[in-house]
Design a protein around this ligand. Structure first.
Ligand SMILES: [Zn+2]
Length: 765
């Protein structure tokens, strides 16, 4: 427990005002007379949740390596299937055949000026009972890097992100024909080798610097939970910001007879060899680099002076892989709705890990299983949901969201017709509620968060989250974003949910199919980061450092369980459109500031270049190359978007008011009207997609939320416009302003029609 947080919580209870008022009575989407029954249902649901179940399932499922293609992965699918069937669900396994390369041989040596052979191996650790089970485990590697055998000078490029290459250029160094070594962090893993290749490098090494998740962050495993010297972060480097899923079947399901691309045409497979290494293996390579001393913010926590090179360190890197198709096993379980069977409320968590995967992903999977068991008990007591529930245990998330993407692509038409919500989780630990997704669901999430108790503080998880946001915003080192969020939270009773980029199985549902989506997890008070994607992400580690007691696993099941049960039972889908319109309006303000700031900084920088200031400010004894001037930033015409957002705000406010009134009046609407309401709401999020998709990546169709092309997991909101401005493609920014405006107008059209139906005839003109 953190005393500072405790005192703030005390303050909340004492004053109430600082952190906002109690949530208003009633439940979003429910007629007043149905609220009590819903609360009783949720209480019965809670009674079945048992932390001992979660612990036992985790121990069984994390007992052996469970990556795609492993025997235990299939056993875990069968185990999950049997459980769902026992609990009364109609469940089956759906199989896809996907390209999944695994290493046959890998080596890395320093060949000059001294010699060193990298270990590339994670040794057993005392007290971690599975850490010696390497027989069936995949060694540390990067999936979907190229095979190759290269020898070249080494260059250190910090995090390997675009700004790092600009800085490298100012030092007069380039990476053409060389091998780069970069550290994890600062952007998604797969962008590092991709950018290295685009800058001319012939190989890429990615290491975990101890400053981020090793001894620089805390005590290392087994004393603490952080990354030991030989721990390696495996992972996929497929170019997922272009499209996730099987590289050979973009846009279609990887079924047995699917038409597949030849490997040479798979756009998401990288072109150069890339390898993840530990800091024990990285240190001799970095220590052997000469050249300029690395800039201050490029240095990590190794006991060496960081240099950028190039050379005299020279390395030999060789990788050979096996490139066959492997099966992925999705477990799909359903309970048919009693009144609206063709409206699906969908829940998913992946089941495959890189090795044992206790934290990533099984900690979320066991919470999902607890929900399914509890719902099964309700079913046996005679209850049936109003809408259909669909629970999915995904395989193949780690290599590239394979199981979820192939399922979503195979069933795209049916999902776009029936799905009303997709809720994802992945990893889960002690800590704070972390919720992101479609902003019309922000009210639902907050109402649920206000009703779930934090297992350690015994206040609502919403109160804890509010306290943490306010404290973070008040910190003297707070970022501009933290301060802004704290101001927003201080102004009202709720905590905003985040926007979704990528990094887990929600992506095909939100960004490809355009379905209302949420991601909900707990985290922030664990020591899991340092075993991420390593052999040490084990049951023994999670049991000590993830969620001892499994109370946050139960809290996750309670939280998502309520979201699922409310969406399944609600009289009217529990959305609040004003939250969406306010959020989009904020994104648009950011876009305007982005363009204005870029215009000013470009002018300033060009003036300094003109005045020779960069040269005068540099050390004449060191090599320095002045940046080239860039073109001035014009004033952009974003009027279409400005107008669409203005209209959206009015339409959303009117629809929320009319909907709430109709609900209190008991929705006295005829059959066809009810059907039209359901259909308008079901397709609402899809109106935000455009079939032409985003520039250069038409698989991503959502015009409000996307993973950044240059951030990978990190979100870009209003992505067509924002990324065009960031890349200085002015006509494209204006084109996407128009396309996004049209999408928002389609959304407003639906809101206006809903308002019309909700408004009683008598009050109409
Ligand atoms: Zn995961």
């Amino acid at each position: 427990m953190k005393p500072s947080v405790l005192s703030i919580v005390g303050l909340v209870l004492a004053t109430g005002s600082l952190l906002g008022a109690e949530p208003s009575p009633g439940l979003l989407g429910f007629m007043p007379e149905h609220v009590k029954a819903q609360q009783a249902l949720e209480q019965k649901f809670d009674q079945q949740l048992n932390p001992a179940d979660l612990r036992a399932w985790l121990e069984t499922m994390a007992a052996e390596p469970n990556h795609v293609g492993s025997p235990h992965d299939k056993l875990n699918a069968e185990f999950t299937l049997a459980k769902f069937q026992d609990w009364g669900w109609d469940a089956h396994i759906e199989t896809f055949d996907v390209l999944f390369p695994t290493p046959l041989a890998q080596s890395l040596e320093l060949v000059a000026p001294t010699r060193f052979t990298a270990k590339l191996h994670e040794p057993a650790i005392a007290g971690d009972r599975t850490s010696d089970k390497t027989q069936l485990a995949l060694p540390p590697y990067h999936a979907y890097g190229a095979d190759g055998d290269v020898t070249a000078e080494l260059v250190y490029v910090n995090r390997g992100m675009p700004d790092d290459y600009k800085e490298l250029e100012e030092h007069g160094v380039n990476v053409k024909g060389r091998i780069v070594i970069v550290r994890y962090g600062g952007g998604w893993r797969g962008l590092k080798p991709k950018l290295a290749y685009e800058h001319g490098a012939i190989g890429c090494l990615v290491y975990s610097d101890p400053i981020d998740d090793g001894y620089g962050a805390g005590d290392t495993y087994p004393k603490g939970g952080y990354r030991p010297a030989d721990g390696v972060q495996r992972g996929s480097v497929a170019d997922m910001p272009v499209y996730p899923g099987d590289p050979l079947t973009p846009g279609i399901g990887a079924t047995k007879d699917a038409k597949r691309l030849p490997l040479s045409e798979a756009k998401t497979v990288l072109k150069i060899p890339v390898m993840p290494i530990s800091y024990a293996d990285a240190q001799p390579l970095l220590a052997a680099l000469g050249g300029a001393v690395a800039p201050a913010d490029w240095r990590g926590a190794l006991p060496i002076t960081y240099h950028i090179g190039p050379g005299p360190a020279k390395v030999h890197l060789a990788i050979k892989s096996e490139w066959s198709l492997k099966p992925v096993y999705d477990v799909i379980a359903m309970i048919k709705g009693r009144e609206l069977p063709d409206e699906w409320v969908i829940r998913g968590n992946h089941r495959d890990g890189w090795v044992f995967g206790a934290w990533d992903p099984l900690s979320g999977h066991i919470a999902m299983m607890a929900e399914a068991k509890s719902i099964g008990t309700l079913l046996k007591q005679g209850w049936q949901p109003r809408r259909t529930l669909v629970y999915c245990s995904w395989d193949g998330e780690e290599p590239g969201l394979l199981g979820s993407t192939e399922w979503a692509e195979t069933h795209a038409e049916e999902l776009q017709r029936k799905a009303v919500l997709y809720v994802n989780s992945d990893t889960n630990t002690r800590g704070f509620l972390q919720a992101s997704g479609s902003h019309a669901l922000q009210g639902l999430v907050n109402q649920v968060a206000a009703s779930v108790l934090d297992p350690e503080m015994h206040v609502s998880v919403q109160a804890r989250l509010r306290a943490s946001v306010l404290v973070a915003g008040n910190n003297k080192n707070a970022s501009a974003a933290e301060r802004a969020l704290a101001r927003q939270v201080a102004a009202g009773p709720e905590v905003p949910i985040g926007a979704l980029g990528s990094g887990s199985d929600f992506t095909p549902f939100l960004q490809h199919l355009g379905l209302g989506t949420l991601s909900i997890e707990y985290g922030g008070e664990d020591q899991q980061e340092g075993v991420y994607h390593s052999i040490y992400d084990s049951f023994d580690h999670y049991d000590r450092f993830g969620d001892p007691g499994y109370h946050y696993g139960v809290a996750l099941a309670q939280t998502i369980g309520r979201v699922m049960l409310r969406m399944a039972e609600a009289d009217l889908q529990p959305v609040r459109e004003g939250d969406f319109s306010d959020t989009v309006a904020r994104y648009l303000e950011e876009i305007h500031s982005l363009a204005d700031n870029l215009r000013e900084s470009t002018t300033r920088t060009n003036q300094l270049i003109e005045a020779n200031a960069y040269i005068l400010a540099s050390d004449p004894t060191e090599r320095y190359v002045q940046p080239a001037p860039t073109g001035a930033v014009p004033f952009l015409n974003l009027a279409a978007l400005d107008n669409a957002v203005l209209r959206l705000k009015q339409s959303a406010a009117a629809c929320d008011t009319a909907g709430a009134k109709a609900l209190t009046a008991g929705l006295p609407l005829s059959g066809p009207q009810r059907a039209e309401i359901e259909s308008l709401l079901q397709g609402m999020e899809q109106s935000l997609t455009d079939p032409t998709g985003l520039p250069g990546r038409d698989w991503f169709r959502h015009l409000i939320y996307a993973p950044g092309l240059l951030t990978g997991y990190g979100v870009k909101t209003l992505p067509g416009v924002r990324e065009a401005i960031e890349a200085r493609r002015w006509p494209e920014a204006e084109k996407y302003s128009d396309l996004t405006a049209r999408a928002l107008d389609r959304y407003s059209d639906r809101l206006d029609r809903l308002t019309e139906i909700f408004t009683p005839a008598a009050t109409k003109n």
